[in-house]
Write a protein of this length. Structure first.
Length: 280
């Protein structure tokens, strides 16, 4: 028994979870998904929320910059809308056909017997569509998505009072602060902390992959090991930087050492951990 305890301690893996962003992380930005998504968001703002077209570019930029996502910003400044309707409009017309199966990434993921999760600001339907298109739907234990962190909202029938964020930055008034958003999303500390708790993730033993510099830096502050994807130049807050996830083995060889530890530990104990699905 004493030998068993010492053996397990020496073989205990350094990492026990890999946490992946979805969009522009599992597939390249060149797919056109992101640019189409931005256009759909701006169309929604004009067609569904009645915002003047001439203000859209500046407004959406300010909302994204200050709240993490345009959607979170729209809710912060007072706009009310159904979350499912928003996601259906924004993601319903995306060029998913541009996403092709990625057998190289699938092989990499399947050869890492470490817990793997998706953490996306997108909704569950979008996440599942992307994973199926990439042929990766069986590679992850579960998905932490928009619905995981945000309950449905009741629409107030009264006309909402809209905070003028453009005026706030062009003609700032002393003592006036930006309103807070009710939406939880990366890169906010609250959203990341909540996601880790829901999924029972130890940040000190988790590697976080994301294409967003802001998300990576927020992940680092919360204690995650971080990998910036889509850029080979490492920035502040990123422990590693990869042009593509196809380069994981070359950039993070220790993961394969960890994989052998996992196999040895499971073989020695005669037990295989059961996986659970994390979602809405």
């Amino acid at each position: 028994m004493e030998f068993d305890d010492r053996y397990r301690q020496s073989q205990r893996p350094k990492f026990d979870c890999l946490l992946f962003d979805l969009d522009d992380t599992l597939y390249p930005y060149s797919s056109g998904i992101a640019s189409s998504c931005l256009k759909n968001i701006q169309d929604y703002m004009v067609e569904k929320l009645g915002i003047e077209e001439g203000k859209i570019s500046e407004l959406s930029n300010l909302l994204y910059k200050n709240y993490g996502t345009t959607m979170a910003g729209l809710r912060a400044v007072g706009y009310q809308f159904d979350y499912d309707e928003y996601h259906s409009f924004v993601h319903g017309k995306l060029p998913y056909e541009n996403l092709k199966p990625d057998p190289i990434l699938k092989n990499i993921l399947q050869n890492l017997p470490i817990r793997k999760l998706i953490f996306t600001n997108g909704d569950k339907i979008h996440a599942i569509k992307v994973l199926k298109r990439l042929g990766l739907e069986d590679c992850f234990e579960g998905i932490i998505c928009f619905e995981t962190l945000n309950p449905p909202v009741k629409i107030d029938e009264e006309t909402p009072q809209i905070f003028d964020i453009i005026k706030h930055f062009s003609l700032p008034e002393p003592g006036v602060e930006l309103p807070k958003t009710p939406v939880l999303c990366k890169p906010s500390f609250e959203s990341m902390d909540f996601a880790l708790k829901i999924a029972n993730i130890d940040p000190q033993k988790t590697i976080f992959f994301d294409d967003s510099v802001r998300n990576i830096q927020a992940g680092k502050l919360i204690g995650l090991h971080t990998v910036l994807v889509g850029n080979s130049h490492r920035i502040k807050g990123a422990d590693y930087a990869l042009e593509t996830l196809h380069n994981m083995r070359q950039a993070l060889p220790e993961l394969w050492v960890e994989a052998e530890k996992w196999r040895a530990l499971q073989y020695h104990s005669g037990k295989v951990a059961l996986e659970t699905f994390v979602s809405a």
